[in-house]
Design a protein around this ligand. Structure first.
Ligand SMILES: NC(=O)c1ccc[n+]([C@@H]2O[C@H](COP(=O)([O-])OP(=O)(O)OC[C@H]3O[C@@H](n4cnc5c(N)ncnc54)[C@H](O)[C@@H]3O)[C@@H](O)[C@H]2O)c1
Length: 301
């Protein structure tokens, strides 16, 4: 059976990487972007990544650059969108895609946190639409969250799960379309408490990061929290929660401390200061460190 033909709409940070993974797995990929320079550089960026990872560079030949949305999606079996994180932009885009794509093509959004229901609610055929949330960089982080809405058919979910498993990703089925899905809910629950610890002067920002990296962060790649809870016992977990949960930050909105940082223009690395100050050398070192770690993890399988 021929491999599904893929269309990737948006050739930025995520889009070019998603196209790369499909092409490397042997799928033909059409890619488009409204920004001409971004589109023009997409294949070069993919080639640089393939070389850097010692992957088959001929994979880039399976990527076809398309100047128009219509051309990119016309033949596709599976269409994934990776444009700007903006609900209105995505809603308009999927209305256009629905008009230009085949009636049986599957439509997916790579939104990070916007509910898929909000993006796809206006479509004529909502049964074939769902979320596929990749993580950055798409060619190094295995997970893809496959998010169903109340309208998505089981066949569409099944096809999408198998498609992503076939290209070497780790797809998981998210059964309900909640903001942040699974991964970003967990990640930002941790970030909320991390910020509260600094806000309440319990420790500084560097200490928060050290505690995670030098303690349970060491285990997290091989031991999830619920495996860990079973490992130590649900009774012990309950006892810990009875003491700790009442003390943990449970405010419903963003921390005032975070709001103040943003209001002061302390935007993190891009302004040289956020929770901590960052020289250009420190920023480069951090980026190199993360990439080296992700590559080593991929090599270990
Ligand atoms: N960056 C991440 O770490 C990350 C991780 C997971 C998911 N996401 C999500 O993926 C999506 C893309 O993020 P990104 O970081 O790649 O952004 P990006 O800004 O690097 O790329 C977005 C691209 O979309 C293009 N674009 C905008 N409107 C378009 C349209 N109507 N048609 C075609 N192209 C259009 C832009 O020109 C740009 O090149 C967002 O929804 C984001 O939330 C990002």
């Amino acid at each position: 059976m021929p491999k599904p033909r893929i269309a990737v709409v948006g050739a930025g940070l995520m889009g070019h990487g998603i196209a790369q993974v499909f092409a490397l797995a042997g799928n033909d990929v059409a890619i488009t972007d409204t920004d001409a320079p971004t589109l023009a550089s997409a294949k070069d960026r993919i080639l640089i990544n393939l070389r850097d990872l010692s992957d088959d560079v001929t994979a880039v030949e399976r990527v076809r650059v398309c100047a128009s949305l219509g051309e990119s999606v016309a033949e596709a079996d599976f269409i994934v969108e990776a444009v700007r994180e903006d609900l209105i932009v995505k809603q308009k885009l999927f209305a256009e895609i629905e008009r230009a794509a085949r009636g049986d093509a599957i439509l997916a959004s790579n939104t990070s946190v916007i509910p898929i229901t909000a993006i796809m609610g206006g479509l004529e055929n909502r049964a074939r639409a769902l979320g596929t949330h990749w993580w950055n960089p798409p060619y190094l982080v295995p997970l893809v969250e496959v998010i169903a809405t109340e309208w998505t058919t089981p066949a569409v979910i099944d096809f999408t799960m198998k498609l992503h498993a076939a290209i070497g990703k780790t797809p998981v089925h998210v059964k309900k379309d909640v903001p942040g899905f699974v991964g970003n809910r967990l990640q930002h629950a941790l970030w909320r408490e991390a910020i509260a610890l600094v806000e309440n002067d319990i420790c500084d920002a560097e200490t928060v990061d050290t505690v995670i990296k030098a303690a349970f962060g060491r285990r997290l790649g091989v031991l999830g929290p619920l495996e860990n809870a079973d490992l130590v016992g649900t009774d012990l977990t309950l006892a810990i929660h009875q003491t700790v949960l009442p003390a943990i930050d449970a405010r419903p909105g963003p921390s005032p401390y975070l709001e103040k940082l943003v209001a002061q223009g302390r935007l993190g690395m891009k302004s040289g200061e956020g929770f901590r100050t960052w020289t250009p050398e420190q920023q480069a070192e951090l980026r190199t460190r993360v990439l080296r770690h992700l590559k080593a993890t991929r090599d270990r399988g």
